[in-house]
Design a protein around this ligand. Structure first.
Ligand code: ATP
Ligand code: MG
Length: 725
């Protein structure tokens, strides 16, 4: 089995082998990025099937997202083309199965109220009453707060609710959370009761499924028994992002046999905001007293510079298991830091950098916010470079700011349509009030709305002046190049000022809205006519949809840092690396929350860096949207780590002996501890030893190149012996 796998270029190391072979009982594999966690899980499954003759149907592999599950299935097929694949799925789909079965038994009517945003949009447009989580929350907010909810508030509210359920928080706990959303607690409570009684059947969102599945397995012994009998082996990847309620489900599932393999890296925990519970791993031994814990620190993915810098970088964080990632891969110089004069050059710069790539599928562009993808998409499409997008932000093209701009342009062709004016009447320097609009509505003469306003509707003196100008400007706009037209809408017609007022009044995020306008200008850049512009937007919206399907083809990947987790690419470009973007800012958080958020941002940045195999480029810029931009403190940190001075210090640290165990004996610039045991045959089970970093311990196992030592704090598997005195 093992030799066969060698042919595929992966020769498992000792720890990996141990993790593969130790199939019975609980096992926690805590390991650095690129150290082969996912590979080990896949090999272990193959081993169970091929060597132990386990029926694939008895094995359950759980990952964190549907994409991750697909990725695993594909990798599995590559390694084991002839083996019937096992059930790779998300914990949500497992929970859904449990819930569905239980409800069928009890004949309970229910409906899932979360899912495809596209469908949700259609429902919004067609004004059908649709039972969807976001619509329900919107309505509740409206009734309880008496205002319209902003997109940001809606995002925060859904995250809040998800957090409460995943963390299994009590009313006391969630009532005390800091929120940007007014009356969040009350909205949450009413949301819960609406789902129970508001629709004649039970309504469930995705998190409800987790909570319910956990409860059902708890209460219904028969159901529990059935599930416990269904699988003999359970494996979970990316477990640092597993939430408490999810852990609880898994605990129940494996209770009978405890054949559970959990794979995780606490440094890559990036979903705490949604209720993930990486600290659960710290208590793994308490839940599973028989558990074996293995550590892996050798990175097989990235070249040496990337590994060394990323390893130093993650040490900024205080709340972590101290690990030291190292690699034996080539030491090429592979990190480049780039600072552009302005944001507007970024997409073009990337096109130039990537255009000559041999294989586009080797390249990924990673960003913090999905909104970044629109400008990229526009440039790459223009340059004819194919791209694949993991999570598509289809909010852009239907965003009201985009619609507003199009409506202004429509007005350039005809200013006779009341319905168009109605959509923008408060958003330019005419500021036509609701009352004035009502008066205008009563006039049916098919003349210019401006003429009608001026002639029949009582106006303020400034309105008279502005409306006259507006009429003239719109007429001229008809023949303008679209980029110029957008500029005129923003400045002369006063759209931007109106937006700013709305931001103040309604709490919209200014940068985001202005960013949309700038992106529209970029899209308009080389276009000739307003029709061209409208068509281009329509076209890009369809490009966006097809970009989703280009996976596996010769296409550049555009992805958020979050969705890139677990993946790897030859070349990675991390973009928009400015303060406010990463780390992002949130003034409402208290000091402790801010610290936690900063650590999470560090982990997110770390996840990004460790996706790269041979080339990593970090891109920032000095200005954006007419404002000065400040390079992300993370880029500054990387710069410091890379600078020769700093490297000298690091080397000194290494020669101090502190890092010897981690860098391994093959690293050339390391002096070994002269007192270290040189002959490993002298190490035997039961020996008491002293380790330079971990202190006193007892050897519990010797196995080839590795020894397992029980230290006071934890068990450690060490692959070299030079550190032991
Ligand atoms: P992440 O934390 O990013 O999810 P991971 O720990 O799951 O990373 P893998 O994706 O399994 O790491 O492996 C990273 C790369 O290293 C892959 O290309 C894999 O083929 C390779 N690899 C893993 N183990 C070995 C090995 N023993 N020998 C050679 N290559 C290996
Ligand atoms: Mg992985």
């Amino acid at each position: 089995f093992i030799r066969k796998k060698d042919e595929l270029g992966v020769q498992l190391n000792e720890v990996q082998l141990q993790a593969v072979r130790q199939t019975e009982g609980p096992l926690l594999l805590l390991a650095s990025p690129g150290s082969g966690k996912t590979t080990t899980v896949i090999m272990r499954i193959g081993y169970l099937i091929e060597e132990k003759r386990i029926n694939p149907a008895r094995i359950k592999a759980i990952t964190f997202s549907r994409t991750a599950a697909n990725d695993m299935r594909e990798r599995f097929k590559r390694f084991f083309p002839d083996v019937q694949p096992v059930d790779f799925s998300t914990i949500h789909s497992l929970a859904f199965k449990v819930v569905r079965e239980s409800f069928r038994k009890k004949r309970t009517a229910y409906q899932i109220i979360e899912g495809d945003i596209d469908k949700e949009k259609d429902a919004f447009n067609s004004q059908q009453p649709l039972l969807h989580k976001k619509i329900i929350l919107r309505n509740l907010f409206n009734t309880i707060v008496g205002e319209n909810i902003t997109d940001d508030q809606l995002d925060e509210l859904t995250t809040y609710i998800s957090y409460i359920k995943n963390k299994m928080l009590s009313a006391d706990q969630y009532s005390q959370m800091n929120m940007n959303v007014p009356k969040a607690v009350q909205i949450f409570k009413e949301y819960e009761s609406f789902k129970k009684t508001g629709a004649g059947k039970l309504l469930l969102d995705y998190d409800d499924m987790l909570v319910l599945a956990n409860e059902m397995l708890e209460k219904d012994q028969e159901l529990l028994h059935n599930y416990q009998q269904s699988y003999d082996y359970v494996l979970t990847d990316e477990s640092q992002d597993t939430s408490l309620v999810q852990h609880a489900i898994i605990e129940k599932l494996v209770k009978r046999h405890q054949n559970l393999c959990v794979v995780a890296d606490d440094d890559q925990a990036i979903y705490s905001w949604r209720g993930a519970e990486p600290s659960y791993l710290l208590n793994f031994k308490q839940v599973y007293p028989d558990a074996n814990i293995l550590y892996m620190e050798q990175n097989y993915r990235s070249s040496k510079e990337i590994v060394t810098v990323a390893n130093q970088f993650i040490k900024r964080n205080k709340q972590r298991y101290d690990k030291n990632m190292f690699t034996e891969n080539a030491a090429d110089t592979s990190i480049q830091l780039t600072s552009l004069p302005d944001y507007q050059f970024q997409a073009k710069y990337l096109v130039r950098a990537i255009a000559d790539s041999e294989n586009f599928a080797d390249v990924a562009i990673l960003y913090r916010n999905n909104a970044s993808s629109i400008a990229l998409m526009n440039e790459f499409d223009r340059a004819g470079i194919p791209f694949y997008m993991k999570d598509v932000d289809n909010r852009f093209f239907s965003h009201w700011v985009v619609q507003d701009i199009l409506n202004f342009m429509r007005m350039a062709f005809t200013d006779k349509r009341f319905d168009i004016l109605e959509k923008i009447h408060m958003k330019f320097n005419g500021y036509i009030s609701k009352k004035q609009m009502e008066a205008l509505k009563r006039i049916h003469n098919h003349e210019s709305v401006f003429d009608n306003l001026l002639q029949y509707v009582p106006l303020q003196p400034y309105q008279v002046k502005n409306l006259k100008n507006c009429k003239k400007t719109l007429k001229q706009m008809k023949d303008m190049r679209p980029k110029h037209a957008i500029h005129v809408i923003r400045e002369q017609l006063g759209y931007e000022k109106a937006l700013e007022k709305m931001c103040e009044r309604l709490g919209f995020r200014r940068e985001y809205l202005i960013g949309i306008l700038n992106t529209l200008e970029e899209i308009a850049d080389t276009l000739e006519t307003l029709e061209d512009f409208a068509n281009r937007l329509k076209y890009l919206a369809t490009v966006l949809k097809t970009a989703k399907r280009r996976k596996g083809q010769n296409a550049v990947t555009f992805s958020t840092f979050h969705s890139a987790k677990g993946l790897e690419f030859e070349k990675v470009y991390m973009i928009d690396l400015i303060e406010g973007m990463i780390p992002s800012t949130d003034e409402t958080k208290n000091e402790k929350e801010e610290k936690d958020m900063l650590e999470e941002a560090v982990r997110l940045f770390y996840v990004g860096m460790t996706r790269a195999k041979t080339y990593l480029e970090l891109i920032s810029y000095e200005a954006r949207d007419g404002k000065k931009a400040v390079e992300s403190q993370f880029v500054t940190a990387v710069k410091q780590i890379m600078s020769p001075n700093k490297m000298a210090i690091e080397n000194k640290e290494v020669t101090n002996g502190k890092k010897v165990v981690r860098y391994g004996k093959k690293a050339s610039n390391i002096q070994f501890n002269p007192n270290a045991v040189q002959d490993r045959t002298k190490l035997m089970v039961g020996n008491l030893i002293k380790h330079r970093v971990f202190g006193h311990g007892e050897i519990v196992k010797c196995d080839g190149d590795t020894i397992e030592i029980r230290f006071q704090a934890k068990m450690k598997i060490l692959s070299i012996t030079t550190c032991i005195e």
